[in-house]
Design a protein around this ligand. Structure first.
Ligand code: EPZ
Length: 425
């Protein structure tokens, strides 16, 4: 039995949509609770399938988990084992984030190769090279084994690590491990995304000293014992950017609330470049889609504070409605354009130049079609396109969307979208 979204597009939306807690923050903060044997309380948990899988993985490792209310969880990892459940780990890419905490506590870990979106090779070299600098070796038991076996050669020591790229989860893994190592460690070429900054604040609350958050050099003075803390997950800046594109692409006036605007500088600059009219008031953003005449632009993704790759697909829908030729250049991923065929089926005119670049000609009217969501952000993209299109669309593969957008159809219905989730054989 499968679920699909059925959408009747072409209708203007209106009203307010509130941003939920950040998926990528929760996927780092939850495993960080393993760094202490004291209880942690995490609030504003986004109820996403990826987050619920992460919680299952933590329980499977031996953490005690208790839901205190719909979005608040209490986690206490008195003892944890080092063998993560293969089936669960293969469900999400973020499962690799249990490595730092488990290595910090047990000095050894066996973990299956993580799963997640098929958007590129996504090598884990940055993680393993960083671990090696801290005294933890990857034991290559057999050539192409399905599991990684990591083991501390002897005492894990503080060190200076240079990442081979600005990897988000590698930075997060190393921050968590270093937070439990007595002495001063450094990460150079660290990623700086908002969820990295939030993890750093969490580790500081636990008792580690962390400097350089928001920059590409992070200095951590760790210690053996860290405290349990209470934390509220920050709003999701990628979800905010998704709703900005939704408003502009459907020519709707929408209020997007609960936005951490200081994390979205390059997103606002690209909105302005594309002719989107908007106003910011405190932590709300008013997108005036009706008054916006969209124009083409060059959109290039970069490590934070650059324009986020997770909004690359989502902004391409605006480009289909913009006057002129837009170049969209994803400098990070080489497999993140699988949505292009779906949009072209709806009437878009997108040319795939190479694995990192597309050319979008606009404006082109979009028409409803049967389309598929190949990964989580591509799923949001085709939903926006279907809402902007004339006529009816059916969207398949919506389990991908549920990984990153909480109860999305209900929240869209609340702003006037004609979308419903139906079960098909
Ligand atoms: C994290 O993935 C996120 N996942 C991804 O979000 C996000 O797309 C990605 O960071 C980039 O922001 C979580 O946080 C759970 P990477 P991660 O190691 O850590 C290349 C979503 O939609 N790259 O930062 O696995 C690198 O080779 C998901 O929420 C460079 O080329 O990603 C890899 O192919 C999908 N040069 C890709 O970018 C660099 O300097 C991402 O690498 C840095 C990265």
């Amino acid at each position: 039995m499968n679920e699909i979204f059925e959408i009747e597009g072409g209708k203007k939306l209106s009203g307010e949509i509130k941003v939920s807690g950040s998926k990528n923050s929760a996927l780092a903060i939850l495993p960080a609770c393993l760094l202490t044997d004291e209880p942690c309380i995490i609030k504003n948990i986004p109820l996403l399938t990826d987050v619920l899988v992460m919680i299952e993985i933590l329980k499977n490792l031996g953490a005690e988990v208790e839901w205190l209310d719909k979005k608040t969880i209490k986690i206490q990892a008195k003892n944890i084992n080092s063998n993560a459940d293969i089936v669960l780990v293969k469900k999400i890419r973020a499962s690799i984030l249990i490595a730092g905490p488990i290595l910090a506590r047990n000095g050894e870990l066996k973990i299956a190769k993580p799963g997640g979106c098929h958007i590129g090779a996504r090598s884990l070299d940055a993680h393993f090279e960083g671990f090696a600098d801290l005294g933890i070796k990857l034991i290559l038991s057999e050539k192409n084994s399905e599991t990684y076996h990591l083991k501390a050669s002897n005492k894990i020591k503080p060190n200076i690590v240079y990442l081979n790229e600005f990897s988000v989860t590698a930075t997060e893994n190393l921050m968590m491990l270093m937070a439990r190592i007595d002495g001063k460690s450094e990460i150079h070429l660290a990623a700086a995304e908002p969820h990295i900054q939030e993890l750093g604040e969490f580790l500081k609350a636990m008792g580690a000293e962390v400097e350089g958050l928001g920059t590409h050099t992070i200095i951590i003075k760790g210690k053996k014992h860290l405290k349990g803390v209470e934390h509220t997950i920050w709003p999701d800046y990628i979800e905010a950017g998704t709703f900005f594109s939704l408003a502009a692409s459907t020519k709707s006036d929408l209020k997007i609330s609960n936005v951490l605007v200081n994390h979205l500088e390059m997103v606002f600059r690209n909105l302005k470049k594309m002719g989107v009219c908007y106003k910011i008031k405190n932590n709300s953003v008013f997108i005036e889609g009706k008054n916006s005449s969209l124009k083409s632009a060059k959109i290039q993704t970069l490590p934070y504070p650059g324009f986020p790759t997770d909004l690359q697909a989502i902004f391409s829908v605006m480009a289909t409605q913009a006057k002129g030729e837009s170049l969209i250049f994803d400098t990070l991923f080489e497999g993140r354009f699988r949505y292009v065929d779906e949009l072209n089926q709806m009437g878009a005119r997108i040319f795939l130049c190479d694995p990192h670049r597309i050319l979008v000609s606009g404006p082109t009217p979009l028409y409803g079609a049967k389309i598929k969501s190949f990964d989580l952000r591509a799923g949001a993209t085709v939903i926006i396109a279907a809402l902007a299109a004339k006529g009816k669309s059916q969207i398949f593969g919506i389990e991908e969307v549920d990984r990153g957008y909480e109860k999305i159809e209900k929240r869209l219905q609340n702003i006037g979208a004609r979308i419903k989730r139906i079960v098909v054989e």
